[in-house]
Design a protein around this ligand. Structure first.
Ligand code: SF4
Length: 465
């Protein structure tokens, strides 16, 4: 079998997870409240507590879970929803993940590796929408691509397009070696995302039959290696539907707890995405989640790992991601400009081209968020640029002090978006939401926000405290 688990780390204990999941009974409401109080105190939940929440059946208890997930998110991150664009720079890959169009054996897609000038062109499209944050996405080759990624990162961070620039580059690149991380560290590298996809070993091997990603244990150890190699932050993630989702939530929580205990840093973000159809892939997710199950998974993840940024994609139906923003989601991936998969349905019978134009305009996503009349779309990149990463960032989140910077910074960054990129209707909605948010801020934060806003209105950019 590819990627045996001979050296699977001890922090992932499948027997303990199955034992916890064997519970069938729903907890009493008083027990549910106790667990939710613990989450509200920003204490991560253990496996038995997570399973108790998974077993809740009473509608009123379920409502309480969703409402508390929202309260926890508000307590940690306030009203912000951070917006990041995926930038697919390459779809060449040595792995054979059955659900992914980039898998090596897939003859249905055109292969492409953007050169620096194409990367800049794709980035310009994002900048012109108002994006400030990108996650660089690439397939995984056997030979090292790290010089290419480092070059791409520098090209992105040096690009100024008259009105704006990319200020933060995160990575979805697969597992790297310490030497490769050393190359990435020469750039202003952001969070390294290494998604386990599923913690259920049998399901993992079923979905990942060949190539570097078939190494289950190596993948599990990847985030720890990144932190040991001096990368500032790591992100975890699930491809929900590959494995039993309840098992996967427990595996994810165990992984985050291990990183917190071992490195003090925890998981900066957690990406929850459902497996989707992809060109050239006849793979059916064996444990597909319906919308209600997906939303419950989002809310319980927020409660189980309270400090983490929960990241969803706007490739989920709009009704689902909008609802998720009300129950714990704090970040959205949106506005891909170079995506090898999405144009397939437009060109049946032809190879899916790469890259393609953007399919989800940022202004529309911002408008959807504003129409809820409570979220503050955020483009803020202050923390990493002030060195607030890893353990320091998590400590600020846990003691609640991060919010005093986030409120003013997010408002200033959002005003920059409204002035320079928003349609008139979105700007009108946005100005109204900013006025309301200012009213809600404590006095000292309001003063800081108003000073930043004054600078932005007078034409200055990239203002933060
Ligand atoms: S390693 Fe990533 S890009 Fe390559 S086939 Fe697997 S999921 Fe797709």
């Amino acid at each position: 079998m590819p990627g045996t688990s001979a050296s699977a780390p001890t922090w992932l204990d499948p027997v303990a997870i199955e034992t916890a999941l064997a519970r069938e009974s729903a907890p009493e409401t008083a027990v549910v409240r106790e667990i939710l109080d613990k989450a509200l105190a920003l204490e991560p939940l253990g496996p038995d507590e997570i399973v108790a929440l998974l077993r809740v059946k009473k509608p009123e208890d379920l409502t309480l879970i969703l409402a508390t997930a929202d309260l926890v998110k508000q307590k940690v991150y306030g009203d912000r929803i951070v917006l990041t664009a995926p930038l697919h720079v390459s779809n060449t890959c040595a792995s054979e993940c059955r659900y992914c169009a980039s898998r090596k054996g897939n003859a249905a897609v055109q292969r492409k590796r953007l050169n620096p000038s194409e990367i800049r062109e794709a980035a310009r499209k994002l900048i012109r929408q108002g994006h400030k944050r990108v996650v660089l996405v690439s397939g995984q080759s056997t030979e090292s691509d790290v010089e290419y990624w480092a070059e791409a990162t520098e090209a992105l961070l040096r690009l100024f397009d008259g009105m704006g620039e990319i200020r933060r580059v995160n990575f979805d690149l697969g597992v790297l070696t310490p030497d490769e991380y050393a190359v990435l560290k020469r750039t202003e590298a952001g969070t390294v995302n290494i998604y386990q996809e599923t913690y259920h070993e049998k399901s993992y091997h079923n979905a990942h039959p060949g190539g570097p990603k078939s190494d289950f244990a190596g993948r599990l150890q990847g985030p720890g290696v990144a932190l040991e190699s001096g990368m500032p932050d790591v992100g975890l993630g699930l491809a929900l539907g590959l494995g039993p989702w309840e098992f996967d939530l427990l595996g994810l929580a165990a992984h985050a707890a291990h990183l917190a205990q071992e490195y003090g840093a925890g998981a900066r973000t957690v990406n929850l995405h459902r497996v989707r159809p992809a060109p050239g892939c006849d793979f059916q997710a064996p444990y597909a989640l319906n919308d209600d199950e997906f939303l419950r998974a989002v809310a319980i993840t927020r409660l189980a790992i309270p400090y983490t940024g929960i990241l969803l994609t706007t490739r989920e139906p709009a009704g689902v991601w909008r609802e998720a923003c009300n129950i714990g989601c704090s970040q959205l991936l949106t506005g891909s400009v170079a995506n090898p998969y999405e144009s397939w349905t437009d060109a049946p019978g032809e190879k899916a081209p790469f890259p393609i134009g953007e399919e989800c305009h940022l202004d529309e996503v911002v408008r959807f968020l504003l129409e809820e009349a409570r979220h503050l779309p955020s483009f803020c990149t202050a923390c990493p640029r002030l060195g607030r990463s890893g353990q320091e960032f998590i400590s600020l989140v846990r003691n609640g002090s991060i919010k005093s910077q986030c409120g003013p910074n997010s408002i200033a960054g959002f005003m920059e978006f409204l002035i320079n990129y928003a349609t008139p209707y979105t700007r009108q909605l946005g100005e109204k939401v900013i006025a309301e948010k200012l009213e809600q801020l404590p006095e000292h934060e309001r003063g800081a926000a108003e000073r930043l806003l004054q600078k932005v209105r007078s034409g200055r950019m990239d203002e933060f405290i």
